[in-house]
Design a protein around this ligand. Structure first.
Ligand code: ATP
Ligand code: MG
Length: 587
């Protein structure tokens, strides 16, 4: 391709609203343009990168035995009512009516449509296992679309769905997908880590997210450097040294007037907040009173609390109580605690949930449930009845790995992919059944597997850039090689000759043949991040040489015209194989 006939509208400045580097650079490199909040057009350069990413995904999905299909973008309400998700999905799912007043939605994901497809034609266990995928537009009316295509409302997702006769076989399919994902992200050159994830509203029991480590990531990742433990903070656990059991001493009430926060209380007692107990009140969709206990220096993680109570007590819609609810319940904020809690005031009973960093046999200071008073010597074994115990805090750096006991670290991460063992959630609800060997009807075991295509591209830029622009790994680059001719003289002819030769050799090459100044051309090619560059200028040509530059790193050297072709073809073919070879060890 000649640059002069390509549409690559580079910008010197990124728009103000572009907060993260990938968004800024995609705008500046002329890859994307915004049409509305969270809705983007791809320009030729951006679309080429999407295509290359999709090609990697496609190859590895096919290699794993998955088959490509295409499901409708617009889907009828009735289907989503069968799974119960028409009402479960709140405003994030965009809905519309057709001219006959029939309700439809824009697919935010496609479990329902694929389950319907399978139940129509798959009747026997002999037809299983099956795995279908599509690479297509999804729409989610995100509350806060941001970071360009990283969190868009309209975005491209590869979604795959596996169908198996039993759990053992479904786990095998899950493991195959997990391997395919590792190959995919290895080939995109990303530094990634699969981490345990909360199974959330989709349901199911086994779930991992593929996260790309980047400071701009919206997820908090807890990771062990010694073993391969990694978890999203939503799911992370840790070992924590339990305080020594203390001898039972009588509860002792003392006045704490005006001390509203745990920090104020710790200061006034000259104690570390870890010796204090933090008590919070939550509630659920039925309006229960849920008392939540954490060590004073720990932070509640609401997703973990919700997941624990949903799993152990089947509670729905767990959230922190509002100040108004506390007032109605006559609970004194800032002076709450588990001892002498006024359980009798709650006809539906009270549920006490305790974080597992709290030791039931140690003594703590906590609220006395009386405005401006606290207790010393609270011991849960004596003073309260613990209903549920689990990790409901945010794990902190330095806590111990649940597997190997070494120190845990905290990173920011971008979730680029998600693998999920679903079980029978959709097949039971939608009667997607086959006959087993004995002729009995059985719901199919399912898994679902997503990759954000655009988000993967953005994540790649987050990890591969410098002050001058993007530094594409070869596998993702819009062009593998750029030839830049400087000036209007002999350089043009030589550059064109090289361009034709590389084109004939099957290299994805762009020739910057514009009459712009050398400064502009060299800046542009670095900005859009072409990994390999040949600069053809009068100065070099006097010695029958061209300049050879590798975008990553600082290599820039003169190479004889007679050698450049061989050299570049060799480097390209080696580089094309590097990541692929690495990925093929994951089979
Ligand atoms: P998140 O927690 O970031 O909102 P999710 O858990 O809702 O994502 P999934 O339902 O697991 O996402 O979707 C599969 C993949 O699709 C994600 O791993 C992510 O890469 C991508 N994805 C999800 N939402 C968006 C979005 N709004 N914009 C771009 N990509 C997205
Ligand atoms: Mg997810």
């Amino acid at each position: 391709m000649k640059w002069s006939s390509s549409h690559i509208p580079t910008l010197r400045e990124a728009p103000q609203e572009a907060e993260v580097v990938s968004h800024q650079l995609m705008m500046r490199a002329g890859m994307i343009r915004k049409l509305a909040a969270g809705i983007y057009s791809f320009l030729p350069l951006g679309w080429k990168v999407i295509f290359k990413t999709e090609a990697i995904i496609r190859e590895e999905m096919n290699r794993s035995g998955a088959q490509e299909v295409q499901l409708p973008f617009v889907q009828p309400k009735e289907l989503w009512e069968e799974s119960g998700r028409w009402s479960l999905y709140a405003k994030e799912m965009a809905r519309l009516k057709d001219r006959h007043e029939h309700d439809f939605c824009l697919q935010p994901t496609s479990e329902e449509a694929i389950t319907d497809l399978v139940r129509r034609d798959v009747k026997s266990y002999r037809q299983l296992p099956l795995n279908f995928y599509q690479i297509q537009t999804k729409f989610r009316d995100e509350i806060r679309p941001r970071f360009g295509i990283m969190r868009g409302r309209e975005f491209i997702m590869k979604d795959a769905y596996s169908f198996d006769i039993d759990e053992a076989s479904a786990i095998k399919s899950y493991e195959e997908m997990r391997k395919a994902y590792r190959r995919i992200f290895t080939r995109t050159g990303l530094n990634f880590k699969p981490v345990d994830a909360d199974t959330g509203a989709i349901g199911g029991s086994r779930s991992e997210e593929f996260t790309v480590l980047a400071d701009s990531g919206e997820d908090e990742i807890v990771s062990c450097e010694s073993c391969d433990y990694g978890a999203n903070q939503e799911k992370a656990t840790a070992k924590i040294k339990a305080p020594e059991a203390s001898a039972l001493q009588n509860l002792e009430e003392f006045a704490t007037p005006g001390l509203k926060t745990i920090e104020d209380l710790g200061k006034s007692l000259s104690l570390s907040t870890s010796a204090l107990m933090k008590t919070m009140i939550a509630t659920d969709s039925e309006g229960r009173c849920i008392v939540v206990l954490l060590r004073g220096d720990h932070q509640l993680h609401e997703v973990k609390l919700g997941a624990l109570l949903s799993k152990q007590k089947n509670l729905k819609g767990v959230r922190l109580a509002t100040d108004e609810e506390l007032r109605i319940w006559k609970l004194p904020k800032g002076s709450l605690g588990p001892a002498n809690f006024p359980r009798e005031n709650f006809s539906k009973g009270v549920l006490l949930v305790v974080d597992d960093a709290i030791s039931e046999s140690a003594s703590y200071i906590g609220g006395a449930n009386k405005e401006g008073f606290h207790f010393r010597n609270i011991q849960l074994t004596r003073d309260a009845k613990v209903d549920v115990k689990g990790t409901i805090r945010s794990v902190q750096a330095g806590e111990s790995c649940p597997n190997c006991g070494r120190d845990l670290k905290i990173f920011r991460g971008i979730e680029v992919g998600h693998v999920f063992y679903l079980g029978k959630k959709y097949s039971e609800a939608m009667k997607c059944e086959v006959t087993d060997e004995s002729g009995k009807l059985k719901p199919i075991e399912m898994g679902c597997y997503g990759i954000g295509v655009g988000r993967t591209v953005a994540a790649c830029i987050e990890q591969n850039h410098d002050k001058d622009g993007i530094i594409w790994p070869l596998s993702m680059a819009p062009y593998e090689l750029a030839i830049i001719s400087l000036g209007e003289g002999a350089a043009v002819g030589e550059a064109e000759k090289l361009y034709q030769e590389f084109r004939a050799a099957g290299v994805d090459v762009i020739w910057d043949d514009r009459s712009a100044s050398p400064g502009v051309k060299l800046k542009d090619v670095d900005l859009v991040g072409i990994p390999y560059q040949i600069i053809v200028g009068e100065k070099g040509l006097k010695n029958q040489q061209v300049e050879w530059k590798i975008r990553a790193g600082s290599l820039k050297e003169f190479v004889a015209l007679t050698e450049i072709r061989e050299k570049v073809l060799r480097i390209l073919s080696e580089d094309r194989e590097t990541l692929k070879k690495k990925a093929m060890s994951i089979l």
